[in-house]
Every structure is written in structure tokens, then in C-alpha cells.
Design a binder for this molecule. Structure first.
Ligand code: SF4
Length: 250
């Protein structure tokens, strides 16, 4: 039987994961965005920042438990507006009985709903899990496809889901922008943007390829545990000398 992949958190497992801008094209919250236009980072500064992230945490991992690309996809779909810890609690039992699209269909929507009823929007999410499993079987031979465009056609999966799956399951250099990445990119001045898509494309442009496999997780963990939304911990921040945020406290 496949082993559950449990990834490490930087400091606080179970910390609340705030909502994510739902659509890449939709204007998102501007929290942390510098008021004045700050000086762009130089390539040397960006290299230095990611070298520090790499030194501190060479193999950063996501916090959603999964067994294979399919269960990762399901976990990401379930994680919209929910904490990773909350999703993990529900999926441990669910994935023990259904870790393939075929088994999920066999289980049926009603039972899936029971397993995930502690997660917000569970009715709709159960519907999506069944519908996406059906589509994987009928259109993709039961496998999670390897292109963003194909993953985006699955019920409940958007661009961010596709980017997470492509990065974590298939090692692609994608940048999924959640609320943490969005805030960090804007505050630091690394890749300012008004929408997740703008930030995603900006980060892809400035981050050297050697860092792209892990950049998404470094930035998420940095936002989740250091560059906090309300009270950033600038005094212990690895990149506080490089950060452009005028309100940083060091
Ligand atoms: S210095 Fe402060 S605001 Fe800047 S990245 Fe670090 S924690 Fe965030």
C-alpha cells in the first residue's frame, strides 16, 4: 500500500491558511503592496535571496498529504478556502479507501460527502471530486494530465490547482500564487502585481531557473510563518536587508 507523504512545515503545522484569490484574472486584495513604486530587485539580489531560502530549507515541501498525483489533485481541490490541516484530517480516511479515480467513483458522492463534511463547501467539493474522477477516467485514461490547459478543464480545478499539481507531482517549474505568495511578492517588491496572474508571471520572469522547482514552497512558507499578513516577523526574516517594503520593522 502506498505510503502517505507527510511534508514538514517550517514551524507551525496547522496554522491557518487564509483564503486565496479565487481567480487569476480577478483583482485581489492589495494587502502589503508598497504604496510607492520601489526600486526593482537586481538579479544579484534575487539570487542572494533564494540562495538564503535554499540554505535554510533545501527541500521545502507542501503541507497537503497525498499518495499520488490523483490524491494530490483531490487534496488541492478540497483546500480552497480551507486549512491544509483541516483537509489532511479528512483525506487521511478518504484516501485510505479511495486513492484512484475508479475507487472514488465506486465510493460515490454521498460517501465522499461524509468523509469531507468537516471541510468548508463540502457539498460542492464532493460533487467536483466525483465529476473530476469521472472525467479523468473517460478522457485521460485514469491519469492526471500533465498540462495546465488539461488540468484546468477538470471540475473544481483552476490555474492555481494546475500549477500546484504540475510542480509537486511532475516537477514542473510552475508558480502557484496563493494569498501568501501574493503578499510576499508585493510587499518585498519581488514581483508586484494586482492579480495572482500578474504576480505569477512576474515571479516566473525574475526567479532564476535553478530556484524555480522550490520557489513556490519557499515563498508560501515565508509568507505563512515569517512575513505574516498582520504582523510580519521582520526581525527574524532571512531577507530583511533586501526587502523593499517601506513598513518593514527592521
Ligand atoms: S522584512 Fe518583513 S515585510 Fe519584508 S519580507 Fe521580511 S518579514 Fe516580510
Amino acid at each position: 500500500m502506498a505510503k502517505i507523504i507527510r511534508s514538514k512545515s517550517a514551524t507551525k503545522p496547522g496554522a491557518k491558511k487564509p483564503g486565496i484569490p479565487s481567480s487569476p484574472g480577478k483583482p485581489a486584495r492589495k494587502a502589503g503592496k508598497p504604496k510607492a513604486k520601489s526600486k526593482a530587485w537586481t538579479p544579484a539580489e534575487i539570487h542572494e535571496a533564494f540562495s538564503r531560502f535554499r540554505k535554510a530549507n533545501p527541500e521545502p515541501k507542501g503541507e497537503l498529504e497525498h499518495l499520488n498525483p490523483y490524491t494530490l489533485l483531490v487534496a488541492v481541490v478540497l483546500s480552497a478556502q480551507a486549512t491544509d490541516a483541516g483537509v489532511n484530517k479528512a483525506t487521511r480516511a478518504l484516501f485510505a479507501v479511495a486513492d484512484t479515480p475508479e475507487k472514488m467513483l465506486e465510493l460515490g458522492e454521498e460517501k465522499v460527502r461524509e468523509y469531507i463534511k468537516t471541510i468548508g463547501l463540502y457539498r460542492n467539493k464532493a460533487k467536483n471530486v466525483i465529476a473530476l474522477s469521472e472525467k479523468l477516467i473517460t478522457e485521460f485514461g485514469g491519469e492526471v494530465p500533465r498540462t495546465r490547459a488539461e488540468i484546468e478543464t477538470l471540475p473544481g480545478a483552476g490555474r492555481k490547482t494546475a500549477n500546484v499539481v504540475l510542480n509537486m507531482a511532475y516537477g514542473e517549474h510552475t508558480m502557484a500564487v496563493d494569498t501568501h505568495v501574493f503578499r510576499v511578492a508585493n510587499r518585498t517588491g519581488l514581483a508586484p502585481g494586482n492579480t495572482p496572474l500578474e504576480v505569477e508571471l512576474g515571479l516566473e520572469k525574475v526567479i532564476p531557473s535553478e530556484f524555480m522547482l522550490h520557489a513556490h514552497h519557499w515563498l508560501i512558507l515565508h509568507g505563512r510563518y515569517t512575513c505574516l499578513a498582520r504582523k510580519p516577523r521582520c526581525e527574524v526574516c532571512l531577507i530583511n536587508d533586501l526587502c523593499r517594503w517601506p513598513e518593514k520593522t527592521v
